[in-house]
Design a protein around this ligand. Structure first.
Ligand code: NAI
Length: 690
């Protein structure tokens, strides 16, 4: 235990994490439970004892504060999945609220979940300037479990409480103060601030649980429910949080609070909460694959981006925003100027949306240069290539980079499909090669596939992860295969969707089914949005190596031949009215599908939405399992995060591999057997699904 920890009471070590000292009639209650002072069992026991001790000593006030980088930042998630152990958090907080000593919370850092709830059980709340507050339970599929949903509306009003509890968003101390949620903001040490505050205690208001709250309009909760149902796309926790706050608005605390607690405990075992917790923990594990064990990241200062098109501009902007000096290299002076303009456009967009200050925009502009000469690359630490998806062009780019850069500078390609080993052929020092596969728009999308070549050193891989983190991305390690992790699964998904089209579905039916599952869009409306050409080009490229007996659906190709490229040509899998993105079913497409099916001698049948979902998920899971079995991904969680952060897979379903665990591999196996029977010779089965 740390230097400051003192054992409280005789029972010993469980309460080491809390010390209570009586100084000048004040009970100083210090929590010291690294890393984030979570409200585990020992903290709960310690707090109860602190309540007793403060009362016994007739303290003028008790000040609770934390050692380390933050006030209590939440519950102890490792206790989830186990039976709750006494004393329960709501009872501990009730004891803090009910006793005769005024309690002061002196917060700092990130006061989240159970920490925010602890502060609300106290009579007074202080916060160090910059402290962040949130009830993040919603993001783990939960409602608060210790009175948060019942006390918060009594503290800051129903609407503000609903906003916080249904989104989990963080607000800073100033905002909470403005909402009436804090008594004071201080600079400096929490303990000292608490002592100073206690010297002239304001008269005590009634505890939060006994306070009423301002009314909202009669239809407020119904309207909000409708709004959240739409926004949450199948995730139930925002609605659960709304319901809990509605209890606060309509019931006395002593009835609402046990209902909140019961719902919290029930949700801990829910499928959605398990999936969201899986995503949360996976995000903590994903940046530590075995492949970088022992690797030391190399420091990067200056980054060269080659190609200032759609992707290059986004990548350059993301790098600038993360504090790197960026040089863009383009084909000629004209395209260099156009690339620079594109990046400046992204900076200006950030200013317009209030994300970037004018001052910062100026600074970013000054950190950016654009050139048509590879001389400009000479002192850079890494080059990220984002030129046309063409092997010869990419090879030429790396020849030029290798000539002008240090021979230990890292060389990275953003290719979507080309084997990076070929791209880097003939270049020296292969340990410095890496793939950094961004997703469009590159400054917004969270996913970064970090592609490992057989020669990539651990240090260079580790550098990829550090760079990803600085760019605020979720970096996922991938080996080399066609499409890496994400696009490979996407290809399988689209292929199976096309088979379903032939065998009886319409694009709309498939899109509706997948939206029903929780995807933001179905496969066909998404293709119309992003354009049909890229996958068309891709299918042409794959034609040479496609097994001749694999089933092939031509409809997408025929649409492209008819110049139906999606929304940009106002027709693709659907048609569109001028200036409207709403897909409209088009007889041209459904007739084409039926004709192709009839020419192939297929007797079309009907599929339920559940069958569509089962089959499309089965191929995603099968492909994910193959990817893990082949060692392209180290773990199922890598596959899950790729799909969640790059492809809109609903987070509350946990990703395809988690979903398979949840519904059971037997069900997936059965669905995959149907898939394979429907299209013989077209699917290689993962060992797990044989
Ligand atoms: P783009 O066509 O928008 O941009 C390519 C840029 O590269 C153009 O500005 C062009 O002038 C420049 N360029 C071409 N040859 C060059 C050379 N020899 N030297 C310097 N600059 C050169 O293409 P986009 O969409 O930005 O794609 C770039 C790369 O990123 C491709 O490899 C693509 O597969 C990959 N990618 C694309 C994604 C997308 O959604 N568009 C997603 C992820 C990766």
């Amino acid at each position: 235990m740390g230097r400051k920890a003192r054992i409280l009471g005789e029972e010993g070590d469980l309460s080491e994490v809390i010390s209570v000292t009586i100084e000048n009639g004040l009970a100083l209650v210090e929590i010291n439970n690294p890393p984030v002072n979570a409200t585990g069992l020992a903290v709960r026991i310690g707090l109860l004892k602190a309540v007793e001790k403060a009362e016994q000593e007739s303290a003028k006030a008790a000040i609770v504060y934390c050692d380390g980088r933050t006030f209590v930042a939440g519950g102890d998630i490792s206790e989830f999945g186990k039976p709750p152990q006494e004393p329960h958090l709501p009872d501990v907080y009730q004891a803090i609220e009910d006793n005769s000593v005024p309690w002061i919370a002196a917060t700092h850092g990130t006061t989240l979940g159970g920490g925010f709830e602890l502060s609300m059980a106290c009579d007074f709340r202080l916060a160090q300037a910059g402290t962040k507050f949130a009830l993040p339970e919603v993001n783990l599929g939960l409602v608060p479990g210790a009175g948060g949903s019942q006390r918060l509306p009594r503290l800051i009003g129903i609407e503000a409480a609903v906003e916080l509890a249904t989104t989990g968003q963080m607000i800073d101390a100033q905002k909470l103060y403005d909402l009436g949620g804090l008594d004071q903001i201080f600079d400096g040490d929490p303990k000292e601030a608490g002592i100073a505050f206690a010297a002239s205690l304001p008269s005590q208001l009634s505890p939060l649980s006994a306070r009423g709250m301002a009314k909202v309009s009669d239809d407020y909760f119904d309207n909000k429910r409708a709004e959240l149902t739409k926004r949450a796309k199948g995730q139930t926790s925002p609605l659960d949080n709304l319901k809990a706050i509605e209890w606060a608005a309509t019931l006395p605390f002593k009835e609402g609070q046990p209902k909140e607690r019961a719902l919290h405990l029930e949700l801990r075992d829910s499928t959605q909460s398990k999936a969201l917790r899986h995503a949360f923990f996976s995000e903590r594990k994903v940046s530590k694959p075995k492949a970088i064990d022992g690797g030391n990241p190399i420091e990067l200062n200056k980054i060269v981006v080659v190609g200032g098109g759609l992707m290059g501009a986004g990548i350059a902007f993301a790098c600038l925003n993360a504090g790197y000096i960026v040089t863009l290299i383009e084909r000629d002076a004209e395209t260099a100027a156009a690339g620079r303009e594109r990046i400046e456009g992204l900076i200006a967009g950030g200013v317009k949306r209030g994300k970037i200050s004018d001052e910062k925009a100026k600074k970013l502009g000054a950190m950016l240069s654009a050139s048509d000469s590879y001389q400009a690359a000479k002192d850079a630490d890494i080059a990220i290539e984002a030129v046309f998806e063409d092997l010869a062009v990419k090879q030429q780019v790396f020849q030029s980079l290798a000539t002008h850069m240090r021979d230990d500078a890292i060389l990275a390609t953003n290719t979507s499909y080309i084997d990076p080993t070929q791209i880097f052929e003939g270049i020296s020092n292969p340990e410095r090669f890496i793939g950094l596969h961004f997703f469009s728009p590159a400054h917004i999308m969270k996913l970064l596939e970090i592609v490992r070549l057989p020669t990539t050193s651990k240090d260079v891989l580790a550098t990829g992860f550090t760079l990803g983190k600085k760019l605020r991305k979720v970096g996922v390690l991938s080996g080399i295969c066609d499409g890496f992790i994400g696009n490979r699964i996407l290809s399988a998904y689209r292929r199976q969707a096309d088979y379903l089209l032939m065998d009886g579905c319409t694009p709309k039916q498939i899109d509706d089914a997948m939206r029903g599952f929780g995807m933001p869009m179905g496969p066909y409306e998404l293709q119309d949005l992003t354009g049909l050409q890229i996958s068309w080009a891709n299918r042409k490229r794959q034609a040479a190596t496609r097994p001749t007996d694999e089933r092939y659906v031509r409809v997408g190709d025929l649409l492209c031949e008819a110049e139906r490229f999606g929304q940009r040509s106002q027709m693709g899998w659907y048609k569109y009215e001028e200036g409207n993105r709403q897909p409209i079913e088009d007889a041209f497409v459904t007739d084409l599908i039926e004709k192709e099916a009839s020419d192939a001698g297929i007797e079309r049948q009907t599929f339920t939405n559940a069958q569509i979902v089962d089959r499309l998920l089965a191929v995603m899971i099968n492909e994910g399992a193959l990817i893990v079995e082949e060692g392209i991904a180290e773990r199922g969680l890598d596959v899950d995060l790729v799909k969640i952060h790059g492809y809109g897979f609903p987070r509350w379903r946990g990703g395809p591999m988690h979903y398979a665990n949840e519904i059971g591999w037997d069900r997936v196996k059965a669905a995959m057997a149907d898939v394979a029977a429907q299209s013989p010779n077209s699917w290689r089965l993962a060992a797990r699904l044989k």
